[in-house]
Ligand binder design. Structure first.
Ligand code: ADP
Ligand code: MG
Ligand code: MG
Length: 857
């Protein structure tokens, strides 16, 4: 099969084969946009190369491709001819899924010593020619020959120091020539000589791009974003155009709509007299595109037309790269732009209103898992002090955390459960781990399209970039801002919506609801069949969830109420009780607390179902730690002494598999009765006051129908007095799922507790799995973390089986899901046709609603 396609031949071929970059270039060329001639080596060739180490026949195809480029440009590869400069190319990576900056690209390829002369003659600019050459040497040295980039940076700095100059621009042509020769000699001495034959360069670069698919940062990126490992990358070989030929040249990136807010209009950045990578790397802060209106209005108008054409062609917001060579515009890349959740919603809704896409497409366009990001807080301006710094608002949301200057520092804070703010001069793809774990990102340099800004928006992490007054010294673990020193661990607050940065922890305010989101959800709702409830333990959570559209509570955990300060002593007395009287007194106290709690929640959800789960955790969780008790007992505290004895008796090797859930209720039925009575009485009082409470009750952690029958019998005693309410059980042990047909006739509903069900199905503890589970995902053993997204194959199979067999045994059985997965879009889509409702934490209710609707489209 053919493995090399010219842009003109590639039109209509799949993105999987051409990679995103190649596909975009082919589409643009086909739409009549100005694109430098190029050919694409397919992902198939890459896969074959990575498997076999070679691709027979590929080289002949590449040669033919180069001949075509020579024909299209009228230049000869690597060789000047007459007045014409040599044809130089870029060798660019491009995977089917966008992985910005993760793999390698080599520019100016094909230059040799004779080529430099020819380029210098043709452009009349020897400085430019030598600069291009030394850039090639450094890039090729790093990407293909494997030399560390700091070596070249070091030689550059050394030369600048020797010449007594600050910037690269101050180096003359002879300096750059000298530098180029130093690079050449260095590579020679290292035993990795730079090939002065253009064809050898080309072959080396293509293979290096193939191999860059496997580099560690690309792997990390794929793991974080759930991109399959076996796609491979395509390679684009494209005629070079130069943005660094003078003031009427330059390079930039554009967005057809604002990626932070979604606002329509050309938006982006431009750097005069510069080559591509300079913008993305954030080394110099570029100027806003709008500035072009002043000094290059023609170019600006042309860019507006390009933006318009791109949107019509791709029917989505585009993020494009361009270069201007001596006033002439060339497009080098386009892709669907990454955007914040806020922008995603606005763009989808407005594009539907403009008639560019349908309403259904608009609903499908928004990543449901990103919606909680819409609800990100901002700094409470009324309570905020004067900001320490101001940078560019790169990714909205406010964050408070400890200053961390390296990936390792972020990881350290993270491991201690502390929030970190990653503070860097600028970020590079190497910083991806730190950026992923940080609560906020702050950089001193770079624009709104710098690496830091793009990645932060993609990750949904608040970020402020280009805070020019900041100087960061990562090796010294400190930074300086307006004369103030920031050391590792110092608290910072940043607001990625305003660009402001504060010293210390500043109060935040929650985001207000979004009118556009309401509109999108209104379009989505008719397609949703699955009910959406919330996991809520307090009236406040219940109200919040209801405001987000929750249709009831699917999980109300009663033990959270037990942990409150004035109650805990009574819980402990209950645990300690030695006589029925002591137990009764403690229960009576707790009864009143619980009744009031239930009234508050039932009232907040008036008219909607509220499923209360009876006491679930092992009792020892309510006692102070053993060591503390031992110490206090030692000091003569009598109560501590008694608690210590109880705590020792209750101690379990595996508490999560121990005396908890239904087991607890059956051995201490008085607790069960108290809780249910509190619920029933709360409902009765509300009903008498004219409200419409809809309580339901469920038993946690059952493994056998006999447990359920026993609990049901206890409940029936109370139902005879108060009237019945729906009675259900959680299905969260594999055995309960296996015996669903026997359990179903005993209950009105199942609620799948997928947290425990996942733990027990995999035989791994969620609390400890953090130590090794990421490795499983990293190495591709698991496609994603099953504690985050429901494992369809195994746990999903248990769930499906229990649902189907349960329904067969009891046709009136209602089915719900109440684990963390209940608010994760992929999991919600999986259960959308299987269950009656899902239940999510309040902030994830919107995600669940949208995902459930998407499942119906
Ligand atoms: P990435 O995938 O990291 O964005 P690219 O392949 O887009 O890498 O290349 C990096 C930079 O090099 C881009 O900013 C682009 O502008 C520039 N570049 C790539 N090919 C060419 C070319 N043929 N002419 C001029 N600049 C180029
Ligand atoms: Mg690019
Ligand atoms: Mg559970």
């Amino acid at each position: 099969a053919k493995r090399v396609y010219l842009l003109s031949e590639a039109r209509g071929l799949s993105r999987d084969l051409l990679g995103g970059k190649g596909h975009g270039l082919a589409e643009m060329a086909g739409a009549g946009l100005p694109v430098p001639p190029a050919f694409i080596v397919t992902t198939e060739a890459c896969r074959q190369y990575l498997k076999a180490g070679e691709v027979p026949g590929l080289w002949e195809e590449v040669r033919a491709g180069m001949a075509a480029l020579e024909g299209l440009t009228g230049k000869r590869f690597g060789q000047g001819e007459g007045k014409a400069p040599p044809l130089l190319v870029s060798v660019r990576s491009g995977a089917p899924v966008s992985m910005p900056g993760m793999m390698d690209t080599v520019l100016n390829l094909g230059l040799t010593l004779e080529g430099v002369e020819a380029l210098s003659r043709a452009t009349g600019n020897p400085r430019f020619a030598w600069d291009s050459f030394r850039r090639l040497l450094a890039m090729y040295g790093e990407v293909v020959l494997g030399e560390g980039p700091e070596v070249f940076e070091g030689m550059l700095s050394a030369l600048k120091a020797k010449r007594g100059v600050e910037t690269d621009a101050a180096l003359g042509p002879e300096d750059l020539e000298e530098l180029a020769f130093r690079y050449l000699r260095h590579l020679e001495a290292r035993g990795i000589p730079f090939p002065l034959d253009p064809w050898a360069q080309l072959q080396g670069a293509i293979e290096a791009v193939f191999r860059s698919w496997l580099n560690p940062r690309a792997r990390t990126y794929r793991r974080i974003y759930g991109i399959p490992e076996d796609l491979g990358t395509a390679v684009v070989v494209q005629a070079m155009v130069f943005g660094n030929l003078g003031e009427d040249s330059g390079t930039g990136v554009g967005f057809t709509r604002n990626p932070a807010t979604g606002e329509k209009g050309l938006y982006g950045e431009y750097l005069r007299n510069a080559q591509g990578e300079d913008v993305v790397a954030g080394l110099r802060t570029p100027e806003p595109l709008a500035r072009l209106q002043d000094y290059a209005p023609e170019l600006y108008r042309e860019l507006l037309q390009v933006a318009e054409k791109l949107e019509r062609h791709f029917r989505d917001m585009q993020d494009f790269e361009f270069t201007v060579e001596w006033g002439r515009l060339f497009l080098l890349q386009t892709r669907s732009g990454k955007r914040t959740a806020q922008a995603a919603v606005r763009i989808a809704v407005e594009m539907a209103e403009e008639g560019l896409i349908s309403r259904e497409e608009a609903v499908m366009r928004v990543e449901a898992n990103a919606l909680p990001g819409l609800l990100r807080p901002s700094v409470d301006r009324d309570k905020a002090p004067k900001p320490l710094l101001k940078g560019l608002p790169a990714s909205p949301g406010a964050a408070v955390g400890h200053a961390a200057f390296t990936n390792e520092a972020v990881e350290r804070f993270h491991a201690q459960g502390l929030p970190a703010i990653l503070v860097r001069p600028e970020t590079t793809p190497e910083d991806i781990t730190g950026m992923y774990l940080a609560k906020g990102i702050l950089t001193a340099r770079g624009g709104l399209t710098s690496h830091a800004a793009v990645v932060a928006r993609g990750l949904g992490v608040p970020a402020v970039v280009g805070a020019e007054a900041l100087r960061v010294f990562p090796e010294e673990g400190r930074a300086l801002a307006e004369g103030v020193e920031i050391r590792e661990g110092d608290l910072l607050t940043l607001d990625g919506g305003t660009g402001e940065v504060y010293l210390g922890a500043v109060p935040l305010v929650e985001a207000a609801g979004e009118a556009l989101l309401e509109k999108l959800l209104a379009w989505a709702e008719p397609h949703r069949r699955l009910g959406v409830r919330a996991n809520a333990d307090t009236p406040e959570d219940a109200r919040r969830a209801r405001a987000f559209g929750a249709e009831g509570i699917g999980l109300c955990r009663t033990e959270h109420m037990f942990f409150q300060e004035e109650r805990l002593p009574w819980v402990r007395r209950l645990i300690l009780a030695e006589t029925p009287e002591e137990e009764a007194e403690a229960l009576e106290r707790l009864f009143h607390f619980q009744k009031e709690d239930f009234k508050g929640i039932l009232l907040a959800m008036d008219g909607l179902p509220v499923t209360v789960r009876l006491l679930d955790p092992p009792l020892h969780e309510f006692l102070p730690p053993l060591e503390e008790l031992a110490r206090r007992a030692e000091e003569g505290d009598e109560e501590a002494g008694r608690l210590l004895k109880r705590a020792e008796a209750l101690k379990e090797a595996n508490p999560m598999l121990g005396f908890r859930g239904a087991r607890l209720l059956l051995l201490r039925p008085a607790v069960f009765r108290m809780q249910l009575r509190a619920l029933l009485e709360a409902a009765r009082e509300l009903k008498e006051a004219g409200h419409d409470p809809r309580p339901e009750v469920m038993v946690p952690l059952v493994a056998d129908p006999k447990e359920v029958a026993r609990a049901r019998a206890l409940a029936e005693e109370l139902f005879r007095k108060y009237g019945p309410i729906p009675f259900g059980t959680m299905v969260e042990t594999p055995r309960a799922a296996l015996l669903a047909a026997e359990i179903a006739p005993l209950v009105d509903f199942f609620s799948f507790g997928t947290n425990d069900l996942t733990q027990m199905a995999f035989g791994l503890s969620r609390d400890d799995a953090g130590k090794f589970l990421p490795r499983y995902v990293e190495e591709g053993l698991f496609p994603f973390d099953p504690t985050e997204r429901l494992d369809e194959k195994g746990v999903g199979r248990l769930l499906r089986m229990a649902a189907e067999e349960g329904r067969r045994a009891n046709p009136r059985l209602k089915l719900g899901l109440c684990g963390e997965h209940g608010g994760e879009a992929g999991s919600v889509r999986f259960v959308a046709d299987l269950l009656d409702y899902t239940s999510a934490s309040p902030f994830r209710v919107l995600t669940a609603r949208l995902a459930a609707a998407q499942a119906g489209l």
